[in-house]
Design a protein around this ligand. Structure first.
Ligand SMILES: Cc1cc2nc3c(=O)[nH]c(=O)nc-3n(C[C@H](O)[C@H](O)[C@H](O)COP(=O)(O)OP(=O)(O)OC[C@H]3O[C@@H](n4cnc5c(N)ncnc54)[C@H](O)[C@@H]3O)c2cc1C
Length: 452
């Protein structure tokens, strides 16, 4: 039986406690015995290794005991325009204690050893769970995992030793991946591989240093990060697939300036930022990839898209669970909402969408782990499908909550805002669809940018 709360006044009036702003509903989800019923949309326990089960259980406890209580205690906090103070240090400290920061860091440097054969699947399971707590916080943590995978593949050993140990020693240490520039990102995702579409950020080699000049925008963790991976044009005479290099740039490097925290509609705890480089000099050994940096970033992009879709799914699961509680408690027309057919249809649609996203996500994660030929298109498919279907799930959640769906104090509108952000991360929906068509019809599909 669902617990009495959240609209528990059976006459249909708003239940809940009184606060300074008047009555607000208290959200209480029905008690769910752990391990008894599979969560809608998630990979059931029986398909996980013992290690994955344990990791998910630990993450679930962190989300239920730390993250959700923090989010629910003060819903105005994410709207603070003091970006540096928005997320209390304790939240990342607790993530560290739960062992959630070391994913992607090699075991020899103190990280969590992940089996490469199931790495993306593991990332996906944990990212979903984290985003069920908060999408922006999940962004903060998963950027670190993704960049750890990149550094593991590309950074020289002495820099891995230095930066992985500094990263693991400080729970507040974050990393950022800087590709997007004011002129746009879609040309890079397509890619539009001609010299005039190359990056505006330039790096030139001078006296044993690389000097970087340019501006990066819309960067996840960009406002807070201690370490940046930066992409710059090192050969303007060729296309970006041949003329882009990547660099490791510590935050305190002279010439690097964080110019703003972007105030986003959702995922606000992520602190998306803008960074300017003015004669910013890094030593030779900080060059990660020369010329072919976008190709080499494949080790980041594929697990990255799996993780993005997995976070997106976590937002949808949270929206569904709040709605499942609400429709079994809120009374209209003399009966709880779920007894009305129109409501039942919407709830079934929400659950089916979550299962469909979860199934495609699992299929894509297995393909990435197996490095199969269809992995790239499956990554794009799940990114597109998740972003559209989860937004639809969140819209149902908002509609089924009636007026409460629009209220900050209730938290359902937050899922809708968080879900909207996923339309644009890791390529837009249209650009990702172009890539799917190109993969399906390599001989006949268009280039979709420039001539061809
Ligand atoms: C919350 C958030 C986090 C992000 N995090 C990062 C990050 O960590 N690092 C990073 O580097 N970037 C990041 N980005 C940037 C993101 O990858 C880009 O915003 C996204 O790829 C779209 O690029 P754009 O904003 O330049 O839009 P544009 O490329 O200008 O696209 C505008 C519109 O034009 C369409 N369009 C573009 N080209 C074509 C074409 N050839 N044919 C038809 N239609 C086209 C697009 O589909 C879109 O509808 C983030 C963005 C957001 C919103």
């Amino acid at each position: 039986m669902p617990s009495a709360a959240y609209g528990a006044d059976r006459t249909g009036g708003p239940g809940g406690k009184l606060c300074s702003r008047g009555p607000i509903p208290i959200l209480r989800r029905p008690h769910r015995k752990r391990g008894v019923m599979d969560r809608i949309g998630e990979v059931p326990d029986r398909y996980l290794s013992q290690e994955q089960r344990l990791m998910r259980e630990t993450c679930r406890r962190y989300v239920d005991d730390v993250v959700r209580p923090f989010i629910e205690a003060d819903r105005e906090r994410e709207w603070s325009f003091d970006a540096a103070a928005r997320l209390p240090a304790q939240i990342l400290a607790e993530a560290d204690r739960a062992g959630l920061r070391g994913l992607g860091v090699p075991e020899e440097f103190g990280g969590v050893g992940l089996d490469p054969a199931t790495q993306s699947q593991t990332f996906s399971i944990i990212a979903t769970e984290l985003a069920r707590g908060d999408s922006g916080l999940a962004d903060k943590l998963v950027q670190n995992w993704k960049i750890s995978v990149l550094l593991r593949a590309l950074a020289p050993r002495h820099l891995q030793e230095e930066w992985f140990s500094r990263y693991l020693a400080d729970p507040q240490f974050l990393m950022a991946h800087c590709l997007t520039e004011p002129r746009g990102a879609s040309d890079r995702w397509l890619p539009y591989n001609v010299p005039e579409a190359g990056m505006d950020t330039r790096a030139v080699h001078e006296d044993g240093y690389w000097k970087i000049n340019g501006r990066k925008q819309f960067i996840s963790n960009g406002y807070d990060a201690s370490l940046f991976v930066v992409y710059a044009n090192t050969d303007p005479s060729v296309g970006m697939l041949q003329g882009t290099s990547s660099f490791l740039v510590p935050r305190d490097t002279p010439g690097l300036e964080i110019t703003r925290c972007n105030e986003t509609v959702g995922a606000r705890y992520m602190n998306n930022g803008e960074i300017v480089f003015e004669d910013c000099r890094v030593p030779d050994d900080h060059l990660l990839a020369h010329g072919d940096a976008l190709g080499k970033a494949g080790v980041y992009f594929r697990p990255g898209k799996i993780i993005v879709a997995a976070k997106n799914l976590g937002v949808g699961i949270a929206a569904y669970e709040d709605t499942a509680a609400w429709v079994q408690q809120r009374v209209q027309g003399g009966r709880i909402l779920i007894k009305h057919q129109a409501v039942a249809l919407r709830v079934a649609t929400m659950a089916t969408k979550l299962e469909a996203v979860g199934a495609l996500l699992r299929r894509a994660a297995i393909a990435v782990d197996g490095d199969t030929p269809d992995a790239a298109r499956l990554c794009d498919m799940v990114k597109v499908f998740a972003s559209q279907e989860i937004l639809a799930v969140c819209q149902h959640a908002v509609e089924l909550h009636g007026g409460y769906g629009a209220m900050l104090e209730v938290g359902v509108e937050k899922y809708f805002r968080d879900a909207a952000v996923y339309l644009h991360t890791d390529a837009t929906v249209d650009v990702a669809n172009f890539k799917i068509t190109k993969a399906l019809f390599p001989g006949t599909a268009g280039a979709y940018a420039g001539p061809g």
